[in-house]
Design a protein around this ligand. Structure first.
Ligand SMILES: Cc1cc2nc3c(=O)[nH]c(=O)nc-3n(C[C@H](O)[C@H](O)[C@H](O)COP(=O)(O)O)c2cc1C
Length: 200
């Protein structure tokens, strides 16, 4: 699978780190665009920069001639994670001030899978209407709201659950968190199995 991962300047760069690593581990061809503030917030929150992912093909957010700007580049899916309200608004209104926003518009016009992972709270009516417009245009809105039913034992388990959910939405099997099973099928230690496998 050829994936384009966009990282914008919302909080939650750790989700992007988990997604980038797992997508590479699964054998995907991973391309990425970090907005200027996507790179800044990632550095601030995680101490990582875009250059820390050697197996990922990086594009300059200001280069509108790069492959993600064209519908002739055949990505199987695009994810924006985390998705800021600014990038979300631009995508909802067909505006492309950088390559990340342009690529989102391309995915919509080509009717290819686009998963947006917004991170903001609370949400204004403007944010909600932008999300509705994008959902109507064919995007999947997958908020960065980790679940607790798998009994996460630490922060990594919560982060991995969101990144794993994104991969599932693209039809990819992942090892970041275990699929739900009925309580009687579970064994002690189940909660961290996904994370332990990912660490192997
Ligand atoms: C530390 C930090 C955290 C931020 N968190 C969020 C956030 O969670 N959601 C959001 O929509 N914007 C957030 N912002 C604001 C965006 O970075 C800002 O709107 C920026 O213009 C987004 O640009 P981009 O969409 O091109 O990445 C944050 C900014 C900083 C510096």
């Amino acid at each position: 699978m050829k994936l384009l991962i966009g990282v914008s300047g919302a909080s939650g760069g750790a989700y992007a780190v988990a997604l980038l690593k797992e997508a590479v581990r699964l054998g995907c061809e991973v391309h990425a665009v970090f907005s200027r503030w996507g790179a800044e917030v990632l550095r601030l929150e995680c101490g990582h920069g875009p250059e820390d992912f050697p197996d990922v093909r990086l594009y300059d957010p200001d280069d509108m001639s790069a492959p993600p700007a064209s519908g002739s580049t055949l990505y199987d899916g695009m994810v924006i994670l985390p998705c800021s309200m600014h990038t979300l608004a631009c995508a909802a209104h067909g505006m492309s001030f950088n390559l990340l926003q342009r690529a989102a518009g391309v995915m919509l016009k080509e009717k290819r899978p686009l998963v947006l992972v917004p991170r903001e709270t609370p949400l204004s009516i403007v944010h909600l209407e932008n999300m509705l417009a994008l959902a109507r245009a064919g995007a999947l809105i997958l908020p960065a709201s980790p679940a607790f039913y798998h009994k996460p034992r630490d922060l990594d388990a919560l982060i991995n659950q969101v990144a794993g959910k994104v991969l599932n939405a693209l039809g990819l099997e992942q090892n970041l968190f275990p699929a739900w099973s009925a309580p009687e099928e579970r064994t002690p230690g189940h909660a961290c199995r996904g994370r332990e496998k990912a660490a192997e």
